[in-house]
Design a protein around this ligand. Structure first.
Ligand SMILES: Cc1cc2nc3c(=O)[nH]c(=O)nc-3n(C[C@H](O)[C@H](O)[C@H](O)COP(=O)(O)OP(=O)(O)OC[C@H]3O[C@@H](n4cnc5c(N)ncnc54)[C@H](O)[C@@H]3O)c2cc1C
Length: 400
């Protein structure tokens, strides 16, 4: 296996690292203390710079104005961008838009692509994704209350969703709703594009998450669909294939997330190493770095980050070369493994900062609050671990 990174990718990631250091990290203080919407004009300026540097929408097709990178290549980009919470947004490869772009690209009609995909890739609009429901288990989404019933040429949607990330200010959502209640369970739901200015689409609130409701792109909405009527031409992909399409969205999405988390780990690790080298803890000038218990935290973090990165790039390579189905176990493995590495590394970095780690004077407390969700969204730890174990055990069953 070739571990060499191409010269082109080295140049791209160097450019991105420099951009993150010079242009984005200095904005983080305002990001932590101000409303996100107030920051949008300056972020627009940064987005213009990214376009000029031709690093815009790295994982989207060139035809639509992206860079057309492979999954492995985009993984490397995602790692570099993950060092700042503003990275993916400024390069227009942030969740949930990135996943929506992918499914629109693959399943959208010509009209849907022109109306929704093109402006999304151009960064003129934002989108969101409404699958999880308040009253139903997101871990088993075949249990879904939201319905889309045909009436004339329309669907009429009713249901209550939450954790519709970035609904605030989005121009449309992709809503999962039951269209075929009599079909087998996995063929009951469909994806339907719903413009957010459509009557019957109600953003009830931005949910307070870990103490912050956020705003604009950095928020999670509760959404009520009340007799929300959209034309049947807004169906995305075949009717009843919502879950199959969701799976398509989640495979590459998990690579994007895991590599972003490794970027977060890298940043936390940088802060941890600087801090332990600087922080004097005895009158004769000994630093935290001289203590073996702290050295163990540094070594464990380095090993875990390296393992997580290699596992994720390997999974991306398998998707690129063998397809998503062949990489199912790899995708589940990285989803829970990397999410836990992320949590451990952030926790250690925060711990060595002592009281400072708890403040918003560094980015660590933000990471600690927000990245906890990594073990829940896109499949909770327990679900992925059970899936991996079941598949592995099944293989042994066949062999014996
Ligand atoms: C920050 C964040 C952003 C999100 N963004 C979006 C979004 O944009 N769009 C969207 O539709 N959804 C989004 N979600 C929702 C997310 O996908 C769900 O929270 C997730 O699927 C889990 O569903 P649930 O919350 O209903 O938990 P439940 O399904 O109720 O599960 C609760 C817990 O039970 C355990 N568990 C579940 N199933 C099993 C099992 N079979 N065996 C053993 N233990 C189990 C796990 O520990 C799990 O965490 C987001 C969530 C978060 C936290």
């Amino acid at each position: 296996m070739d571990f060499e990174v191409s010269d082109r990718m080295k140049t791209i990631t160097e450019m991105i690292n420099e951009f993150v250091d010079k242009e984005l990290i200095p904005l983080e203080h305002d990001f932590l203390t101000e409303d996100f919407k107030q920051l949008e004009p300056v972020l627009e300026e940064k987005r213009r710079m990214v376009k000029q540097m031709e690093l815009w929408a790295p994982n989207q097709d060139k035809e639509y104005g992206g860079m057309g990178l492979s999954l492995v290549e985009h993984g490397l980009v995602s790692e570099a961008l993950g060092r700042s919470p503003l990275g993916h947004y400024v390069f227009n490869c942030q969740a949930p838009d990135a996943g929506n772009m992918e499914i629109l690209h693959e399943f959208g009609t010509k009209e849907q692509k022109e109306k929704y995909l093109r402006p999304l890739v151009e960064g003129k609009i934002r989108s969101c994704f409404s699958m999880t429901e308040v009253e139903m288990p997101g871990s088993n989404p075949v249990m879904m209350d939201t319905t889309a019933i045909k009436d004339g040429d329309d669907y009429v949607i009713n249901g209550q969703k939450w954790y519709t990330t970035a609904a605030d200010g989005a121009q449309f959502t992709i809503c999962m709703a039951v269209t075929n209640p009599d079909a087998p369970r996995y063929q009951q739901a469909s994806m339907i594009i719903v413009p957010t200015d459509n009557p019957g689409f109600n953003l009830v609130r931005n949910i307070p998450v870990m103490g912050h409701a956020g705003s604009g792109y950095f928020s999670h909405g509760e959404v009520l669909f009340q007799s929300c009527r959209v034309p049947q031409s807004n169906l995305l992909g075949p009717e009843g294939q919502g879950f199959a399409i969701a799976q398509e969205r989640l495979g590459p999405g998990r690579i994007h997330h895991c590599m972003r988390w490794i970027g977060v780990c890298n940043r936390a690790f940088e802060l941890m190493c600087r801090r332990v080298n600087q922080r004097m803890i005895t009158p004769d000038g000994k630093t935290l770095a001289t203590k073996q218990i702290i050295q163990a935290m540094v070594a464990d973090s380095a090993a875990e980050i390296q393992a997580a990165k290699l596992m994720t790039l390997h999974a991306a390579w398998r998707i690129d070369n063998l397809g998503q189905k062949a990489a199912r176990v790899d995708i589940s493995l990285i989803k829970f493994y990397v999410a836990n590495v992320l949590q451990n590394v952030i926790d250690r970095a925060l711990q060595v900062h002592g009281g400072l780690g708890m403040t918003d004077d560094t980015i660590l407390a933000f990471f600690f609050r927000h990245e906890r969700a990594a073990r829940i969204y896109d499949g909770a730890d327990e679900v992925h671990r059970m899936n991996v174990a079941k598949r592995i055990l099944k293989e042994y069953e066949l062999k014996n």
